[in-house]
Design a binder for this molecule. Sequence first.
Ligand code: TUI
Length: 315
Amino acid sequence: MIKTPICDMLNIEYPIFQGGMAWVANAKLAAAVSNAGGLGIIAAMNSNGEQLRAEIQKCKKLTDKPFGVNVMLMSPFADEAAKVVIEENISVVTTGAGNPSKYMKDWTQAGIKVIPVVPSTAMAKLVERVGASAVIAEGGESGGHIGEITTMALVPQVVSAVSIPVIAAGGIGDGRGVAAAFMLGAVGVQLGTRFLVADECSIHETYKEKVLKAKDIDTITTGKRLGHPVRSIKTPFSRRMFKCEYDANVSDEELEQMGVGSLRKAALDGDLENGSFLAGQIAGMVTKRQSCREIITEIFDEAEAELKGALKWVK
Ligand code: TUI
């Protein structure tokens, strides 16, 4: 059995979070992960306050285990989401794509454990100072909006920079990745891409097929020119975006416009021409459909074996 301080802090069985993926991480997926002993997380990103409240209430009906909500700080609904998580007595909030400082006082006073995603040691120290309970150090191998540094370089530096627990994210797809994250000093992991093909994940079948067929080099980063790099699977859409970024005749406004609605078009419509199929570099390792319970137990059986065998080269 693998048990770390984050299990006790959040009252979960396995030290694994399911990433709060926009248009993907709904009540059904979050409840399935929580029921399997991990921390399921609902993405507030694509919902206004009342839609988020409905999703939270649905999740409460599907599980009596703890689950979290991810507040994407670039979202136009971030202020509404910040209020709803307090009103709904959510116990854990993760944040992404920005500095959560302006919400920290209200959240911590409400007893919420806040666990921000950080792409740097500077942001890790800042959120520790304003009351974060832990941080998620997310490397650029991840899907979606990403920072510069890889998980391998970021996690040990964040572990050294702060005293709160560190969760590793980005590039983790199986038990080997979990064991490696623990070796870097993390006490938990967050996975997104592997859960995309979970039986309880409601995304379009075309999205699942793209993940299952992806190889190691099949993701691409776009959006660098606009200051928000995003990793997705290579598709006609992402290749077109990539080309436009290097085309001086395409304005920033036109580039921004191309991306509008693209997450929904991938997740709901499976639209390869106009959708952005966010996924991390470990998509090449995701080759089978499983339930959330199978995914979690398999990963931790593997991690346990890896960690027990870790002394084999030490003479
Ligand atoms: O947020 C994510 N992943 C996401 S959000 C998203 S929706 C979106 N769509 C288009 C453009 C941008 C977002 C899709 N995937 N992961 C967590 C994450 N947070 N990754 C990186 C960061 C981050 C970046 C900068 C966290 C803090 C930060 O602070 C910068 C500052 O100084 O404010």
